[in-house]
Ligand binder design. Sequence first.
Ligand SMILES: Nc1ncnc2c1ncn2[C@@H]1O[C@H](COP(=O)(O)OP(=O)(O)OP(=O)(O)O)[C@@H](O)[C@H]1O
Ligand SMILES: [Mg+2]
Length: 355
Amino acid sequence: MRNIEFHNREKETKEIRAILDSRPTLITFIYGPINSGKTELITHTIEELPDEYVVFYINLRTKFLSSYDDFIESLFEMEMETEGASRKRKETLAELVSSVTKAAGIPITREFLDYVFKDNKPKNAFSYIIKLFEEVKNSGKQPVLILDELQKIGDVKVNGFLIYELFNFFIDLTKEKRLAHVFVATSDSLFMESVYSEAMLEGRCRYLLVDDFDRETTTAFLEEYGFSDDEVAVAWEHCGGKPVYLIELMNYENWEEKAGEMLVLRTGEIETILKRINELGGEIIIEDTKYSVSYEKLVGALKKFVDRETIDMNEVDEISKEFLVKKNVLFVDPLRKMILPQSRLELLAIREVIR
Ligand SMILES: Nc1ncnc2c1ncn2[C@@H]1O[C@H](COP(=O)(O)OP(=O)(O)OP(=O)(O)O)[C@@H](O)[C@H]1O
Ligand SMILES: [Mg+2]
């Protein structure tokens, strides 16, 4: 395996740095197709930040989240892990803060955890975090809160949905208290769509698209690892600018064959999805209501990509759209009001299937 360095992302990095340079005002939603490099961009940016920023990064991806307790536990998990049995000493908030390092979770004592869990009140947890951030601020540093894969708590309820409590909390941290920068990342474009149409977030957030590399960036990336002009053209033709796919190619001696295989594999997967719907039927739940998925409509939606790379948001019925997004075939961009395949590889696979 080759050791691949972080590549470019100059524009996005600049944008994030500019946000961090000013006072917290809006929540920043980082979105983009699957595997476009959102997490990589965030972790790289954190590593490069000067010491005056204290970053609290929480990735919900690998967490099992079915309840409020699960969420709070994951929020406070990192310090719980490092605390161990030997450190029973009670620490003041200020002491805790001084032990906080970059990219660590939020430090927490057992007593506090019991208090937070006791009444299932997110406000308890949030007021603790606010106190903690105030301490950080008082020590002359700037707190930054980053939640990766936030859509994972989409279904969690405490009285109402936890996500609304969180949005309120984020608004409080940014626009109201100007206390911390808040970044939320997600690869779930249906979640982004609901965020985008959420009235309570209107005028309180901004969006940052982290897309697959464009042609120019892809060329520079591949050339760094010895690809010739012609080879870049072939790689782009097959995989577009999705970093993971490009890295996959770099790691194969016989990479042109590999590119062909990747296309065959993805084509087969999409074919299977359609075949199952055609033969077995299928259902999808949207806002608590069950709908049946129509094979004809799915094919109709995919056909639109035969001679176009993007289509308008309204060209596909909601059921087919949700289904194809959930299957990671399509990506919805609510800001640009368009629907497109998750990557160039998906686009080619769709065209193969329709052919
Ligand atoms: N700028 C980059 N330079 C080099 N490699 C990158 C870059 N961005 C992403 N990658 C590679 O692509 C992989 C996937 O990126 P990453 O996990 O950041 O994507 P993501 O958008 O967060 O994915 P998901 O949609 O699953 O959350 C990384 O593990 C890394 O190998
Ligand atoms: Mg990610």
